[in-house]
Design a protein around this ligand. Structure first.
Ligand code: ADP
Ligand code: ASP
Ligand code: MG
Length: 466
């Protein structure tokens, strides 16, 4: 049995985390599993790098050095604590310093030029997984596991050069990954692959987008025709709601790919929105499991869409979004306006998460990430006036999207009524509504100050059925 196992950053960075990971892998190997390991950056390192990337433009050399010291500390501490034998310990420290030198050069470059290009941002973010690779592979070797450490690119993942959200070239990736990984597995070696990062056809460092390590795992699984993908994280599986917000959240035993994807789009488990696609296409089951409690089964994601007695399987909350609304009489009965609006947003690089138009046609609203809200508004006001459409553009910055997901909602009348009365019972106002035609989800927008109250009310009534 071939299994791709991905280990998340919080798990790796926990005390004794790497030893825990090595026990999971050794157990798999004892059961004659052929294991491919995918790792994330340690803890919050990607967030720190992102922060540095955006601030390096205004940093001086002291701030760069201070940052490098912080990153060194995060990685040298687990190396020191694992009691590594020589020469592994010194070799690992050397590899760490080499990467830190490169990171310092890259950050200093941004700081001197006062410019961060998408290319240099990806290069900066790549250090998280590359540094983690040094630490984790040393720990696994110490535990007696024969490993080969590979970056995503070295493992054969080839993408286009849309930095920040690069798309894999499936044909090249399948071929490259097979050529690289299959001989290692035959020799009984465990490939340890840095997730999230890949390489463009011209050899540049690219990243797959936030949460991309899960995507790396399914891409590798597809290429080597793995039997399963196991995503080890710090919670019991996919839960009925974000456990940080809803205390009564429970594990969902089984989900279809469609349901899990729908939840992923809405941020459950911070999963990359495309992470399940390679597994779904290849029919490879994905299990989400708790690395702190490996005896538990977790959530199984597979092709079956089972209707359960509950109406909805989960409630998700997406914060950091805003609404941009275009309104005016000039929109009414004018074909092509919607197309123009979305073309303008697309050209401005704004990703639209949700859309609604009233039947009166006098306004069209779109939910976008808060970081692109101002960009969206100016692209629309300038672009529409250029083509002679005289419309008002308004933004609502402090809102959140709530999404109720589950196959049980398909073709069941009265669900919307139940959803909205749960929200109304808490006195929460609904600002915008959309239901996907798959009927797998109903999503709507509320003011951010009301969002946690609304999520809890929905969870009680439509997920737990109370
Ligand atoms: P990892 O480091 O393993 O990739 P992530 O941070 O990407 O972990 O995702 C796991 C976290 O997602 C959990 O710790 C949990 O707080 C959060 N989360 C939010 N919604 C859900 C949900 N519905 N089910 C499970 N986890 C969720
Ligand atoms: N380290 C990357 C991130 O934080 C990728 C991942 O963890 O999946 O987004
Ligand atoms: Mg993640």
């Amino acid at each position: 049995m071939k299994v791709v196992m991905k280990f998340g950053g919080s798990l790796l960075a926990s005390p004794g985390g790497i030893q825990r990971v090595s026990r999971v892998i050794s157990k798999g190997s004892k059961k004659r599993m052929k294991v491919v390991v995918v790792i994330s950056a340690l803890g919050e390192v990607t967030d720190l790098l992102l922060h540095a990337a955006t601030n390096a433009k205004i940093w001086d050399s002291t701030q760069v050095i201070h940052f490098i010291d912080r990153i060194r500390g995060i990685h040298s501490q687990p190396l020191a604590e694992m009691g590594l034998r020589q020469p592994t310990y010194n070799e690992s420290l050397d590899q760490l310093e080499e990467l830190l030198d490169d990171l310092k050069l890259t950050l200093s470059g941004v700081s001197i030029l006062r410019e961060l290009t998408p290319r240099s941002k990806d290069l900066l973010l790549s250090f998280g997984e590359r540094l983690s690779l040094v630490v984790v592979s040393a720990g696994l070797r110490q535990a007696g596991i024969a490993v080969e450490a590979l970056t995503g690119g070295n493992a054969g993942i080839i993408t286009d050069d849309s930095f920040g959200e690069a798309s894999p070239d499936v044909t090249k990736t399948r071929k490259g990954v097979r050529e690289k990984l299959l001989p290692l597995l035959t020799r009984g070696v465990v490939p340890v692959v840095a997730g999230f990062i890949a390489r463009s056809a011209t050899g540049e460092m690219t990243t797959l987008g936030r949460g991309g390590s899960d995507y790396t795992a399914t891409l590798l699984a597809d290429a080597i025709a793995a039997d399963e993908v196991w995503i080890w994280t710090d919670v019991d599986g996919i839960l009925t709601a974000d456990p940080r917000i809803v205390k009564s959240a429970r594990v969902i035993d089984e989900l279809s790919y469609a349901e899990a994807e729908e939840m992923g789009f809405f941020g459950a488990k911070n999963m990359h929105p495309l992470a399940l696609a390679p597994a779904r296409k290849a029919g490879i089951p994905v299990r989400i499991r708790n690395g702190f409690k490996p005896e538990r089964l977790g959530t199984l994601i597979n092709p079956h869409e089972r209707k359960s007695s509950v109406i909805a399987k989960s409630v998700a909350l997406v914060g950091n979004v805003g609404i941009v609304t275009v309104s005016g009489e000039t929109l009414v009965g004018r074909p092509g306006t919607a197309a123009k609006i979305f073309e303008l947003l697309g050209r401005a690089g704004v990703n639209v998460l949700m859309i609604s138009q009233s039947v009166s046609e006098s306004n069209i609203s779109a939910v976008v990430r808060k970081s692109s809200l101002e960009r969206a508004a100016s692209a629309l006001s300038e672009g529409l006036s250029q083509v002679g459409i005289n419309a008002g553009v308004k933004v609502e910055p402090d809102v959140s999207v709530l999404a109720v997901v589950g196959a049980g909602m398909k073709g069941t009348p009265g669900i919307a009524a139940k959803v909205f009365s749960a929200v109304a019972s808490k006195g929460v106002n609904v600002m915008m509504i959309a239901q996907g035609s798959s009927e797998l989800n109903i999503s709507f927008v509320v003011a951010s100050r009301d969002s946690e109250k609304a999520v809890n009310a929905l969870h009680e009534s439509v997920v737990l059925g109370k």
